[in-house]
Design a binder for this molecule. Sequence first.
Ligand SMILES: Cc1cc2nc3c(=O)[nH]c(=O)nc-3n(C[C@H](O)[C@H](O)[C@H](O)COP(=O)(O)OP(=O)(O)OC[C@H]3O[C@@H](n4cnc5c(N)ncnc54)[C@H](O)[C@@H]3O)c2cc1C
Length: 397
Amino acid sequence: MTNVLISGASVAGPALAYWLRKHGFSPTVVERAPSLRTGGYKIDIRGAALEVVERMGLLEEVRRHSTDMQVARFVDAKGRQMATMSAQLFGGREGDDVEIMRGDLGAILYEATKNDVEYIFDDSITALDETADGVRVTFENGPDRTFDLVVGADGVHSNVRALAFGEESGFVHDLGHHISIFTVPNHLGLDRTEMMHPAPGRSAGMYSTRQSADAKAMFLFTSPADPYDRKDVDGQKKLLARTFADQGWDVPRLLDSMWDAPDFYFDSISQVRMDRWSSGRVVLVGDAAYGPSPASGQGTSLSLVGAYVLAGSLAAAAGDHTAGFAAYENDMRPFVEENQKLAEGNLKGMVLKSAGQIRFQMGMLRLMPHLPGKERMIKRVTEPIRKAATAITIRDY
Ligand SMILES: Cc1cc2nc3c(=O)[nH]c(=O)nc-3n(C[C@H](O)[C@H](O)[C@H](O)COP(=O)(O)OP(=O)(O)OC[C@H]3O[C@@H](n4cnc5c(N)ncnc54)[C@H](O)[C@@H]3O)c2cc1C
């Protein structure tokens, strides 16, 4: 049986383990965190990814956990409502698309695999030595082991990618914005509602989903001019507090909650672009290989489809991993490129540059329900997302 080591137990890792197991491989997943990471934000599953989830027999379960968000409200510095939008349109969703908390999806995928797959928590790969018939893997904590193949499913700042392909600066492209998300008390009593306070170059928001007692704060802003230390969480919090210091609405209260937030997340909005996703017996899947950035709204869908195609391609190649990796890349690359294209356009609408642009956008949102061509305008928003999300045929392997 082919032994495959997968680094990362979020979305891509467990989904790949599921499909490898189905095809008769023996997967092991190593995760740096001490247990399954349950936190996170809401993410979308669309198009081809819905079909993959259905083939896993998990679509009903995923739908049961949908956020059921209803509305997005835009407010000014004094908290006065400027415009509203349906949550479906705000998230660029249509039809059967599902929105779910990332932690819930991770837990569903873990539950579906934990009895058949070996999971190792609280460990990380420190070295990969490829031999003629396998990869000798050194771990931070556990003993060395040899695997037939190694997969990096460890996100935008992938450890496996650094070990097998080199420094991330060559692959991770900052799209000019940063994002921060953390849990806050639901002091506004929001129920399946998203609030957004747009200001030039920065946008603050807060939302609470169906099954949530608390809320998430979200901050989007133009990337800071000065570099900062990616490992210095306190420095990042200070930077966020400085960037939003003079903002109205509920921003001061959200920033007050930040200091004690259990799950402070802060990163550039970046896209991973690589010429190839495999090197010898090592291959990448999900954000590690082709993270399209949170602005695309398609990271999770790409991960789910990528896991399905990688496992299927390896199975179809019957032991020839080089042919399997080539087929995976051949099928996935056009789909990835279509979805990566969405990010920069979306970002322009998410962080507006000037007060004039904000006034114009709010005016358009207020007018839209009354315009004769409103369906056409809505289609202009949703159609590119739908096209990209379905730009691959899900084969049978
Ligand atoms: C704010 C925000 C909003 C988003 N919104 C959306 C959205 O609306 N729609 C959407 O589709 N996507 C969205 N995404 C992206 C989505 O979360 C990811 O694209 C998707 O989860 C990709 O999963 P992944 O498994 O490839 O990587 P990740 O989810 O990043 O998981 C990587 C895993 O690897 C682990 N790991 C890291 N280093 C190591 C190591 N050295 N050893 C072992 N394990 C390691 C991590 O702990 C983690 O569990 C959003 C992301 C952000 C930040």
